[in-house]
Design a protein around this ligand. Structure first.
Ligand code: FAD
Ligand code: SF4
Length: 313
């Protein structure tokens, strides 16, 4: 069907991102192909290498699923629960969330609004209003679940007529507001493969204006591999500050060998603060959002430390 529809065909899952975008003529597919009838993309499975989450699992199911919420994978359930409203989570899927369009105040507007400013580079125009001399679009990765998938080292299963391939979540995204996914247009994200739980833990913290349904203007996913009481490996991934989930390896390095004591957390938060470069194209003052990187990374790592302490008690 996709081959027949060509570049003017688009996949749809829950439609909570695509249909509002179509109403505003940000995306104008001539053919819309629903993925929701594909049985292989439903439900969760225990595969040899860990759990596999079907891309069509709704965010409501994901956030309450005991095999996710009550296991090492709880950060995925918690991030899914922080998406939007119950109504949208009932329709919105994991796959749609992981492929979510990037967002910008100059783009997420009605057709008439965008026409009044002569559009922008992401759709119908030539200039970027956020950075007028920039050759690229800076629209923001705003998925809540994607940073967690990158932080825990998940893999995505991509399927097309050419066959199946598996890519690390981190390589599925790229820092370009227009071409923000590395997948081919005909490839379907069929599942997320989660690494086996072997002594790691992860958390997700989200900054937004209204706790009831706003997109993240900053998301912090933190992952730690414990070796006894010491951190053997760690990853910090930021959402809402770039066109892709932004991994900050320096923040992970600052935690190696530590017990997440305050000094190590301060060093990691400082390392995450530096590359976080929010642009002036979402909610809140951008310098304040940058400042909040330190606060949210600190809170996320403190939560990981207290979860470890609670296990040892
Ligand atoms: C008011 C409002 C608030 C929102 N708040 C948040 C929020 O706080 N956090 C957040 O993360 N999101 C938010 N969203 C966005 C959206 O609701 C969710 O991200 C949702 O999970 C999208 O899933 P979907 O199945 O509805 O995606 P769809 O709209 O069906 O698809 C989204 C995109 O992904 C593609 N796609 C979908 N599934 C696949 C697949 N399996 N393989 C390949 N391509 C695929 C589609 O072609 C489309 O381009 C909000 C939306 C609204 C309207
Ligand atoms: S960052 Fe620039 S090009 Fe991209 S959507 Fe915003 S205004 Fe348009």
């Amino acid at each position: 069907m996709k081959a027949d529809a060509g570049p003017e065909g688009s996949y749809v899952a829950g439609g909570t991102d695509l249909y509002p975008n179509m109403k505003r003529r940000q995306q104008e597919p001539k053919t819309v192909i629903s993925l929701m009838g594909i049985p292989e993309m439903a439900g969760t499975r225990n595969a040899e290498r860990g759990t596999e989450l079907g891309a069509n699992v709704t965010l409501s199911v994901l956030s309450a699923h005991p095999g996710v919420l009550l296991t090492a994978y709880h950060a995925i359930a918690e991030a899914a629960e922080l998406v939007s409203t119950p109504l949208l989570r009932n329709m919105g899927t994991l796959g749609g969330n992981l492929c979510l369009d990037t967002r910008c105040n100059y783009y997420d507007q009605s057709y008439e609004w965008r026409k009044a400013i002569d559009f922008c580079m992401k759709k119908d125009g030539a200039i970027c209003w956020v950075a007028p001399s920039s050759p690229r679009c800076w629209a923001v990765s705003s998925s809540d679940v994607a940073p967690v998938m990158v932080a825990i080292g998940a893999e995505y299963v991509l399927t097309s007529a050419a066959g199946e391939r598996v890519v690390p979540a981190a390589r599925f995204y790229q820092n370009d507001g227009i071409n923000y996914l590395t997948k081919q247009p005909d490839e379907i994200l069929t599942a997320g493969r989660l690494p086996a739980p072997d002594g790691w833990d992860a958390v997700y913290h989200k900054l937004r204006r209204r706790g009831s349904f706003d997109f993240p203007v900053l998301g912090v996913a933190a992952w730690v591999q414990w070796d006894g009481s010491q951190v053997a490996d760690a990853r910090v991934v930021l959402g809402g500050v770039a066109s892709h989930p932004l991994a900050v390896p320096e923040a992970g390095t600052a935690l190696h060998g530590s017990q997440l004591e305050p000094d190590a957390i301060v060093a990691a938060a400082e390392a995450a603060f530096r590359p976080a470069k929010p642009m002036d194209n979402t909610d809140f003052d951008l310098s304040w959002r940058k400042q909040m990187t330190r606060v949210y990374v600190t809170r996320a790592l403190e939560e990981l430390r207290s979860r470890k302490t609670a296990v040892h008690r």
